[in-house]
Design a protein around this ligand. Structure first.
Ligand code: NAI
Ligand code: 15L
Length: 266
């Protein structure tokens, strides 16, 4: 197999549980990690339960790892304290361990919420300045910036995949635009891990949906071509013509409902 050991963080999460089997062809051993229980290790698996905010535990977690798929952390808007531990301190711990252990490449599950304050009429690309839509989006911008530094300073390659909405089906009219199928996610991870050279790349993780907010011109070297589209779910979200006034922000900006939470500083 191409890699000896691949580390998947966030392996007990919605995406991690799906990826657990799908990434097995890529490495002799898949090391799965999460704060939450992962059940027993299956064949070709190692299971390590740990908190990303625990520096010593994260260093031990990285021992013997070739490549990392970093999906662990807080995945929605939340009080800043929680985001700070998992997504900011956790990210710093992760990259320090990656550097110390000689890991060559990382795929970081970033988010469309790094750009959530662009308007739904904008076409966004990876070279436009980040405009996060809350503490969660800000923490992902931190992760993108941190990984950029580790590439510039130490040559550790990272693909920051700004995932749209990766769920079995779109859950709203907005997600018809942001939908990423699981198969397309797996393919974008495969491309990110196996492309000859990725340097520090910011890419958008989105299927080939009819309406588009994101332009992938700066990540074509990954070779990712989406095969799926949200059109298969067309008709699920007919426009009713009426919105409550408090929904205005959610309609005007790409971050949608994340705009309505407001900063959760505490
Ligand atoms: P999820 O919330 O289901 O999974 C995240 C996992 O991280 C959980 O199992 C949780 O226990 C773990 N975690 C949280 N704090 C931790 C800590 N301090 N230490 C160790 N583990 C911790 O989220 P989901 O949907 O599976 O997303 C995975 C990743 O992809 C997240 O980083 C999320 O921000 C990102 N993403 C997901 C999108 C989606 O559409 N599902 C869209 C954009 C980004
Ligand atoms: C994200 O970043 C979240 O992790 C996910 O739960 C969805 O809310 C997604 O963005 C989205 O924008 O739909």
């Amino acid at each position: 197999k191409p890699f000896k050991r691949i580390l998947l963080t966030g392996a007990a999460g919605g995406l991690g549980r799906q990826l657990r089997e799908r990434i097995k062809p890529w490495a002799d051993i898949v090391r799965l990690s999460d704060l939450a229980d992962l059940g027993p290790a299956g064949e070709g698996e190692e299971v390590v339960q740990c908190d990303l905010a625990d520096k010593a535990a994260v260093l031990a977690l990285m021992e013997g790892v070739d490549v990392v798929l970093h999906f662990g952390g807080i995945s929605v808007e939340a009080p800043f304290d929680a985001i700070m531990q998992a997504n900011i301190l956790g990210m710093a711990n992760l990259y320090e361990a990656i550097h110390k252990c000689g890991v060559k490449r990382v795929v970081f599950a970033s988010s469309n919420h790094t750009m959530g304050f662009y308007k739904t009429t904008d076409l966004v690309d990876a070279e436009m300045p980040p405009r996060p839509d809350g503490m969660y989006g800000i923490s992902k911008v931190f992760g993108e910036s941190l990984s950029r530094y580790y590439f510039d300073r130490f040559g550790i390659e990272t693909v920051c995949l700004r995932i749209g909405s990766c769920f079995p089906k779109p859950g709203s009219a907005r997600m018809m635009i942001t939908y990423l199928s699981l198969d397309d996610l797996v393919e974008s991870l495969r491309c990110s891990l196996f492309a000859a050279r990725v340097g520090h790349t910011i890419a958008f993780g989105v299927s080939d949906n009819k309406a588009k907010w994101w332009d992938d011109r700066h990540s074509r070297h990954l070779g990712f071509v989406a095969k799926d589209s949200s059109t298969q779910f067309e008709g699920m979200f007919p426009f009713t013509g009426t919105y409550a006034p408090e929904d205005d922000l959610a309609i005007t900006y790409q971050g949608g409902p994340f705009l309505l939470t407001g900063p959760k500083y505490n």
